[in-house]
Write a protein that binds this ligand. Structure first.
Ligand SMILES: Cc1ncc(COP(=O)(O)O)c(C=O)c1O
Length: 379
C-alpha cells in the first residue's frame, strides 16, 4: 500500500504556525471554544461540561444527527456522522475498491480524491476543470468517462480550490445519468452553503446521491473533527456504519457536542463565514484587477478559496516560497496537480485582510525581481 506524499499538508504544516498573513487556508474565520459555548443555552453548556467521556455511537450522537437532519430536511436515519469529511471519503473509496473498479474524480482536486483510490489500486479517471472554460465542469465529459465498472462519480461543489459551482440542473442531469447506470453519485459539499453567485441546493434532495459534509469549511470549526454523510440507501448506510466501527468506532464526544451547538445556532456560525468571505472577496477582486499583468484568476462562485495563476505560466512554488519570506502564506498549485496556479484562501483572515493584500501587492509588484535565489525547501 502506497499513499503519495500529502504535499499540501506538508507545506501548510511547515509555514502556517508561524506566519503573519494566512492566505493559504481553506477555512473561514476561526472560533474559540469560549465563543462557541457562548452561543449555547445554559442547558447546552451544562450538558457539554458534564457529559461522560465514554464512546459515542458509531452512527453519531442522536442530538447531533437530529440537528443535521433538520438542516437538510431529511429523515434522521439518513445521517451518518464521521470524523471529518476525510473519514467519509475514506469510507467511500474503501467500499468502492472492488476488482476492476474505477472512480471518476475532478482534476484539479483535493489530494485525497486521487490519493485514496490510487492507494487502494482503484483506477482513477479524471474530468478536467480548465481555466479556459472558467473551471466549469463539462457534464458530457464526465458521462463519457463512465463505463460498467464505474463505482462512483465524485463532484465537489462548491469546488476546492477553484470555487466553481454546479447548478441544480447540472446536478439533476448527473443524478439521472448515475441512477440509470447504478453508479454512486457523491457531492463533497463541505463549502455549501457559502456562495457568491447563484446558490445551489444540497444533493440531499436527490434520492440516489450521497452527501459528504463537515464542520471544517462553511462552519469553520475544523478542530471539532466532525463531518457527516447523508445517504438515502439503507444498504449503503449499513456498510458505512460497519466500516466506521472498524476505522474509528465513534467521534470524539466533546467535538460532537460542540458541533451540535454550532448546528443548532447555524445562522450565526454560517453567517460569520459568509460575511467575511463576501467582504474579502470584494477586496480580492480589486486586487486581482490591479495585478492582472502578473496574475490571472476566475472569481469563485462559492467557498472560501480562489485558484489564481501566474500569467507567465511558470511553476508557482518558487513564488509561494518567496511570499512566505514576506510573511504571506499561499499554497502552491502542484499540491493540486496544477503547478502554475496557487490557492488563495480569502475566508480565514477577518480583520487583517486589507493589510494582507497590501503586503501581497508589494510582493507581486516586485515579482520576479523579488525572487529569492535560495534553494527551495525539500519535501
Ligand atoms: C473538498 C474537501 N473535502 C474534504 C476535506 C476534509 O475535511 P475534514 O476532514 O476537515 O472535514 C477537505 C479539507 O480540506 C476538503 O477541502
Amino acid at each position: 500500500m502506497q499513499l503519495k506524499p500529502f504535499l499540501l499538508d506538508m507545506w501548510l504544516d511547515t509555514y502556517e504556525h508561524n506566519i503573519e498573513f494566512q492566505l493559504g487556508a481553506s477555512t473561514g474565520p476561526p472560533w474559540t471554544l469560549n465563543e462557541v459555548l457562548s452561543l449555547a443555552s445554559e442547558e447546552e453548556r451544562q450538558r457539554f461540561l458534564n457529559h461522560n467521556l465514554v464512546y459515542g455511537r458509531p452512527a453519531g450522537a442522536d442530538g447531533l444527527r437530529e440537528a443535521i437532519a433538520d438542516l437538510h430536511g431529511v429523515d434522521v436515519d439518513t445521517v451518518q456522522v464521521v470524523t471529518g469529511a476525510s473519514e467519509g471519503l475514506l469510507l467511500l473509496m474503501w467500499l468502492a475498491a472492488e476488482p476492476e473498479a474505477n472512480v471518476i474524480i475532478p482534476q484539479p482536486g483535493y489530494a485525497p480524491f486521487s490519493a485514496l483510490p490510487e492507494s487502494l489500486r482503484i483506477e482513477t479517471r479524471r474530468y478536467r476543470l480548465r481555466k479556459e472554460n472558467d473551471f466549469r465542469l463539462d457534464i458530457d465529459e464526465i458521462k463519457q468517462l463512465a463505463d460498467r465498472n464505474t463505482k462512483l462519480i465524485l463532484v465537489n461543489s462548491p469546488h476546492h480550490p477553484t470555487g466553481v459551482t454546479l447548478s441544480d440542473a447540472e446536478l439533476d442531469s448527473l443524478h439521472e445519468f448515475t441512477s440509470s447506470r447504478g453508479i454512486q453519485l457523491v457531492n463533497d459539499e463541505v463549502y455549501h452553503p457559502i456562495y457568491h453567485g447563484q446558490p445551489t441546493k444540497s444533493v440531499s434532495r436527490l434520492p440516489n446521491a450521497t452527501v459528504i459534509h463537515d464542520f471544517s469549511k462553511a462552519f469553520s470549526l475544523p478542530g471539532v473533527r466532525t463531518g457527516w454523510m447523508i445517504e438515502h440507501d439503507p444498504k449503503r448506510r449499513e456498510q458505512y456504519w460497519n466500516a466506521r466501527s472498524y476505522f474509528s468506532i465513534s467521534n470524539n464526544t466533546a467535538g460532537e457536542m460542540l458541533a451540535e451547538i454550532a448546528m443548532r445556532h447555524r445562522s450565526i456560525v454560517l453567517g460569520k463565514t459568509q460575511h467575511t468571505a463576501t467582504q474579502n472577496l470584494r477586496q480580492l477582486a480589486v486586487f486581482m484587477s490591479e495585478h492582472r499583468d502578473t496574475l490571472g484568476w476566475i472569481p469563485p462562485g462559492g467557498g472560501m478559496t480562489a485558484f489564481p495563476w501566474l500569467v507567465s505560466g511558470e511553476n508557482s512554488r518558487a513564488f509561494c516560497q518567496a511570499a512566505t519570506e514576506r510573511g504571506i502564506l499561499l499554497a502552491p498549485g502542484d499540491c493540486f496537480d496544477a503547478p502554475s496556479h496557487f490557492r488563495l484562501g480569502f475566508g480565514a483572515v477577518a480583520d487583517k485582510f486589507t493589510d494582507a493584500l497590501d503586503r501581497l501587492g508589494e510582493f507581486v509588484k516586485n515579482w520576479p525581481a523579488s525572487r529569492d535565489e535560495r534553494p527551495l525547501a525539500k519535501f
